[in-house]
Design a protein around this ligand. Structure first.
Ligand code: ZN
Ligand code: ZN
Length: 209
């Protein structure tokens, strides 16, 4: 589905949400779903966007969990895109996704970087769910949250399940920090995007923690 002009959520992916951002610089894929979703993602960008795999310039992972990183090896091969992850997720991804083999991301994040994708996004380090979880923020506009914030089937904003989160207290602090940002929409790691009153919904969730 097209979320807003230029931003797509790939339909039918197993695992976390996969977003494709399309701008004049090229395409950026955010997260890759469970293993085995590579051909679905490539078909989507060919059939729906009319693009080629070589048009993908970046693959960014919000964090290393397998439902987000699972199809990374194949997608990186097929597209030749630069792989971008937080430095604290590298070892986990190397062990779980590359089975201890070679994994050398092209760009290692620590937080605070500006990425020239779809205008400009700022990288926010938001540890808790995992040590290297990131949120991507386009000021005044978009928050891409990975599993720091998800929505349930009814579209309600919530935290990920405790059993999947490494440090719940840090996760809550990270969510409260996000209330300082201004944005209009939230693209969560699971569940439907929030396109209306997103900041109000975050404020009330954060107040309940
Ligand atoms: Zn997830
Ligand atoms: Zn996760």
């Amino acid at each position: 589905m097209m979320v807003i002009p230029g931003i797509y959520r790939v339909d039918g992916v197993r695992g976390g949400n996969v977003y494709i951002l399309s701008s004049k610089e090229g395409l950026t894929i955010i997260d890759t779903g469970l293993p085995g979703n590579d051909s679905r993602i490539i078909s989507y960008l060919e059939d729906v966007l009319g693009s080629d795999p070589e048009d993908v310039i970046y693959i960014i992972l919000t964090h290393g969990h397998l439902d987000h990183s699972g199809s990374l090896p194949e997608l990186a091969d097929i597209t030749g895109a630069k792989v971008v992850v937080h430095e604290k997720e590298v070892e986990y991804i190397r062990s779980k996704v590359f089975f201890g083999g070679d994994f050398n991301p092209d760009i290692l994040l620590v937080g605070g970087e500006q990425l020239d994708i779809f205008g400009q996004f700022k990288v926010i380090h938001a540890p808790g769910h995992t040590d290297g979880s990131i949120v991507l923020w386009k000021p005044g506009d978009i928050l891409i949250t990975g599993d720091v914030l998800i929505t349930n089937k009814e579209g309600r904003l919530e935290l990920p399940k405790k059993e999947y989160t490494k440090d719940e207290e840090k996760e809550k602090i990270a969510v409260k920090e996000l209330t300082k940002l201004d944005f209009l929409i939230i693209l969560p790691g699971h569940g439907p995007p929030i396109l209306e009153k997103a900041r109000d919904l975050l404020l009330s969730l954060a107040a309940s923690l």
